[in-house]
Design a protein around this ligand. Sequence first.
Ligand code: SF4
Ligand code: SF4
Length: 373
Amino acid sequence: MNRREELEEHAREVGFDLVGVAPPTPPPAGPHFEAWLENGHHAGMGWLERNKERILDPRLTLPEAGSIIVLGLGHSRAPMELEGGGRVARYAAGRDYHNVMGRMLKKLARRLDTAGFAGPSRQIVDAGPLLERSHAAVAGLGFESKAANLLHPDFGPWFFLGELLIGEELEPTTAPAPGSCGTCTACLDACPTDALISPGVLDSARCISYQTIENRGPIPTELHESIGDWVFGCDICSEVCPWGRDAPDLSERFGLHDALKDRPLVSWLEDPIPFGERYQGSPLQRPKRAGLARNAAIVLGNRGGDEALGVLLRALSFDPDGLVRETAGHSLARSFGEDQATKQALEGAAEREDDERIAAELRAARARCDDVD
Ligand code: SF4
Ligand code: SF4
């Protein structure tokens, strides 16, 4: 058994589905990434700009790196719908993959160390200083798609990536994963916010995933309706992709987090359990309490109904976070703007509001009610 085969055996024994090796050199997609940054398509993700040099040169992360081992782990592709409506991106329905992958990478690093692979090593999961999709494509884990993701012939878009930089110089993968988007444009056509502005180019500021997960501030009101039912993330461009149709269903692998069991969305804004406790170990912690409640307020506005009206009116008046009060105000104006009670509630909330920016948003929401009439 050669070194590569030995590595592959260790990776599979640890539980990874896919493994490949790329050299620790600047990734082929570097120029594309730089142009993307220059065009501001990273929206509020300033850390990408700040870490640009490191992202473009793996040896700035680990000077002794001889190889990048890229690992893939399939996840659920079963739709995750809350009782009574509201959708969560499939990858986020269960345990936080950062923790799971992080543990698996550590375990693999220990095994390789024991087996005599040269160190040092460094584990990377998501948001790390690597252009991981580009290295993964070099390592044969898939091909970069028009949806700006990575597609694997067996898993389609439904898998996570993680990387292990190690000192040992392993023979890089030479066979790229077969496949391409060809003439398909299903994801570009299906994106509800036109966030895929050209093949392979994502404008994060228009992407529901970015807005509902990474953005900590108000979500632009012109996107609220297009967000539809998505309370965390968005799977639309993956759902329509023909490459994922025969992917294995691995919903059991990460399970379903308790925070998503028997909890209709109307209960999300008035949760008696502290946020950190409720979402412990779930990826839904990322936007924090205010961000998740903001998303819930948008989706409740999109769904409408008496229960949503009651919850939104209470959030407008009593929610401790201005971001949520503001978003509830916009949802009320959008969906219940013809009601006299909504107009009065918005006027009262604007008067009571200490934060002048939020008060101005609530006055704008009130003004929009007249357009609804
Ligand atoms: S995740 Fe949703 S909003 Fe973002 S590009 Fe895909 S379809 Fe569009
Ligand atoms: S939907 Fe079509 S164009 Fe989009 S990523 Fe999949 S194959 Fe490529």
